[in-house]
Structures are given as C-alpha cells and as structure tokens.
Design a protein around this ligand. Structure first.
Ligand code: SAM
Length: 228
C-alpha cells in the first residue's frame, strides 16, 4: 500500500513538473541549472554538484550540439539539460540499462515524460539496454543513420572496465573534435566507481577540461575532452 501511494505521489509530481516545463521559455545554461536544482524540478535533479554541472552546461551551450548521446539517464536530469541547451533540431539519444548499477535506470512509465523534454524540432530516442552489448550499439547506429555524434556523455557503468569500454567503443561514432564528457572523475573511496582511473589515462592524450569543486570531495566531478 505504502509503495502504491508513493508511486501515485511521484506520478502526480511529474504531472506538475511537466506543466511547469511546458510553460518554460528558452533558457540559457545558468537558467537551466537553476531550474534543475530548484524545488520544482526535484524529481529530476541530477546527481551532481550544481557548480560543476553549470560549467559543463556552459560548454554544451557554446557547442549547440545537433547529435547527443548520453549513456546513463536514471532520473533524467542531464537528459533535460542536454535538450534545453542543444540545437533546436537536435537528435538526443539516451542509453540506459533498466535496473543497472549506479542508479537503477528508470521505469517504463517515465518514457513519455523523458521524450517530452524535446523542444520544437528535437527528437529524443531512448534505448533501454546494456551499453556493453552489440545489440545496443547496433540500435544506436541505426538511429544515427551515418551521422556523427557531436557530444557524448559517459555516465553509465562507473567501473574502470565499464567506462573504458563505453569510451573506446562509442568514441568511434563521435566526430573528430566533438566532445566527450565523463562523470565522477574524482576519486570515490569505498565504492565501485573508478572512473577517475580511466580519466587519468584519457586526459594524457587529449585537450581536456575538469570541472571539480574540490579534489577531496570523494565523489562527482566532470571531465570533458575534445575527441582526436
Ligand atoms: C548515475 S546514473 C545517471 C544519472 C543521470 N544522468 C542524472 O541526471 O543524474 C547511472 C545510470 O547508468 C545506468 N547504467 C549502469 N550500467 C549501465 C550499462 N552497462 N548500460 C547502460 N546503462 C547503464 C544505470 O541504470 C543508471 O541509471
């Protein structure tokens, strides 16, 4: 019964949130981040520090990407951010494994909600599968239909091997000089999150930026590289 009531309240919360989103005007990066971290958007607030995400948001705003791929969507916060700051005719593709580690994915009933984050002529496609499987990669290639990715965000499997796999495989679809973002580049003691190890390797060979409040914070932090 308790579970039923809480699901009902969450669904009602989403209805209110969607109305709110429907009334939003065009937003810049600062407004998008303020909204995401406001009480109104608490159902989709990203698992990230506001200041760090704002720095990433500014980069996306400057890029105005037309093709975005996000691995790891969960509550949908960074998907919403991508849609607000991408080109108005962008194709935005999310890959997330239902029940996946590091966040648990999202239930079926959120599919129309996430699709409704699309603005004007944007299209949001949701692939629900393991980023490490050939099937998922093939589905993505079909959706891309030969087009290259402008911005890839790796925010799914946070193990060293998992994130490395995503980086090495999906970067082959990113255009030269496109951008690739990594979540959780700060050392996270006592967890299975080892993206920092990968980040320390990757940044040796790329132009990179780091958005980190404090290297001792024991979580989060965002890294961004230029694909070469
Ligand atoms: C930290 S959450 C993403 C958070 C989100 N982008 C936000 O706005 O806060 C990580 C997500 O990655 C997904 N995930 C974990 N392993 C995965 C895999 N192998 N393939 C696809 N998704 C995966 C989980 O299901 C989870 O939803």
């Amino acid at each position: 019964m308790k579970k039923y009531i809480s699901k009902f309240l969450i669904k009602r919360g989403f209805k209110t949130l969607l109305k709110e989103i429907g009334n939003l005007n065009a937003m810049d990066s600062a407004e998008t981040i303020d909204f995401l971290f406001s009480k109104k958007a608490e159902l989709i607030t990203p698992w990230q520090f506001k200041e760090e995400l704002l720095q990433l948001a500014k980069q996306i705003e400057t890029m105005k990407p037309k093709i975005i791929v996000e691995i790891g969507t969960a509550n949908g916060g960074t998907l919403f951010m991508a849609a607000r700051l991408a080109s108005t005719n962008a194709l935005i593709i999310s890959i997330d494994l239902p029940g996946g580690e590091f966040g648990g994915g999202y239930p079926d009933w959120k599919i129309p909600i996430y699709k409704s984050f699309a603005r004007t002529n944007q299209n949001i496609e949701l692939i629900r599968g393991d980023s490490h499987s050939d099937q998922t990669f093939e589905k993505l290639k079909i959706l891309l239909n030969g087009r290259e990715i402008d911005y890839l965000f790796i925010y799914g499997d946070h193990t060293y091997e998992g994130a490395k796999h995503d980086f090495e495989r999906y970067r082959t679809l990113v255009k030269k000089s496109g951008k690739i973002g990594f979540h959780d580049i700060v050392v996270h003691k006592g967890s299975r999150c080892n993206v920092y190890k990968l980040w320390n390797e990757v940044k040796q060979n790329h132009d990179y930026q780091e958005f980190v409040n404090d290297w001792e914070q024991n979580c989060f932090g965002v890294g961004l590289i230029k694909n070469n």
